[in-house]
Ligand binder design. Structure first.
Ligand code: HXC
Length: 259
């Protein structure tokens, strides 16, 4: 499929830009399908070590699902759109490399859900966050009712989802929704710096750490603790673990093989 709504710059730190600035980068079926395609591509290319997602223009990351497109959808089509979004957000979480959301403006509805499916969120001080679906007689449909309370706690998640109110970047930082707030011209450099730092670690270890961290949000503590032991075993069995521990003892920088 030709990418017509996304700009995909494939590199060791890949950059994906949702490119519908006139509609504040709203997500329609096509955008979400293109995102699925990019994720498939990245998943099978070990040269890509991290991914950054941002929005085109200076107003929005993603202002939600495309409301105009939803007015034309039947119930079945609406539900299929919801399921498609869920699959894509889940494959983002399951991607073995880190994804950083670089939020340059509005991250609303499906846009906030997209950001929450990333590992970390860096935001410009102009960013605004919210789940305003309730104003459309909808609820979040790309995972927000589950991911938001796990990130910021139930009282604040209820406040955002039941009122539809937006919060600014400072509040989002204070609430633990995002990792960092920077000036707009520092957004991509800051996201890149974070991505590069993680990409400099052993890829096996990053993959296993990410899987265990996702388990913390999706499994019971008991199951998550078992998963941690398995993931630790995978790391311990790797050549990179031998290299990492030896390099420390020999007081030199490690050289990862990704094995
Ligand atoms: C389609 C959108 C859009 C959206 C903005 N636009 N958000 N189009 N879907 N989600 C379009 C506007 O129609 C307008 O097009 C242009 O982008 C600029 O937006 P304005 O409203 O003129 O800008 P402004 O007055 O600055 O207001 C910005 C805004 C507002 C606060 C972000 O646009 C807004 O409230 N947008 C909707 C946010 C929202 O409800 N998101 C949740 C969607 S539901 P024209 O052609 O007039 O210039 C959802 C469900 C996910 O995400 C799950 C689905 C299964």
């Amino acid at each position: 499929m030709e990418l017509t709504n996304l700009i995909f710059e494939k590199a060791p730190i890949a950059l994906v830009t949702v490119n519908r600035p006139k509609a504040l980068n709203a997500l329609n079926v096509r955008v979400v399908e293109e995102l699925a395609q990019v994720l498939r591509d990245v998943r099978h290319d070990p040269a890509v070590r991290a991914m950054i997602i941002t929005g085109a223009g200076d107003r929005a990351f993603v202002a939600g699902a495309d409301i105009a497109a939803m007015t034309e959808m039947s119930t079945v089509e609406g539900l299929e759109f919801c399921r498609l979004g869920h699959r894509v957000m889940q494959s983002m979480e399951e991607l073995p490399i880190p994804i950083i959301a670089a939020v340059n403006g509005f991250a609303l509805g499906g846009g906030l859900e997209l950001a929450m499916a990333c590992d970390m969120i860096v935001a410009s001080d102009k960013a605004r966050f919210g789940q305003p679906e309730i104003n459309l007689a909808l609820i979040p449909g790309f995972g927000g009712t589950q991911r938001l309370p796990r990130r910021i706690g139930h009282p604040r998640a209820r406040q955002l989802i039941l009122t539809g109110d937006m919060i600014d970047a400072r509040t989002a930082l204070e609430w633990g929704l995002i990792n960092q707030v920077v000036a707009p011209d520092q957004l991509l450099p800051a996201a890149r710096q974070l991505a590069e730092k993680i990409a400099s670690k052993s890829p096996i270890t990053v993959r296993e750490a990410k899987a265990a961290l996702i388990a913390a949000a999706t499994m019971t503590e008991d199951a998550g603790l078992k998963l941690e032991q398995q993931a630790f075993g995978v790391c311990f069995a790797s050549a990179d673990r031998v290299e990492g521990t030896r390099a420390f003892v020999e007081k030199r920088d490690p050289k990862w093989q990704g094995k």
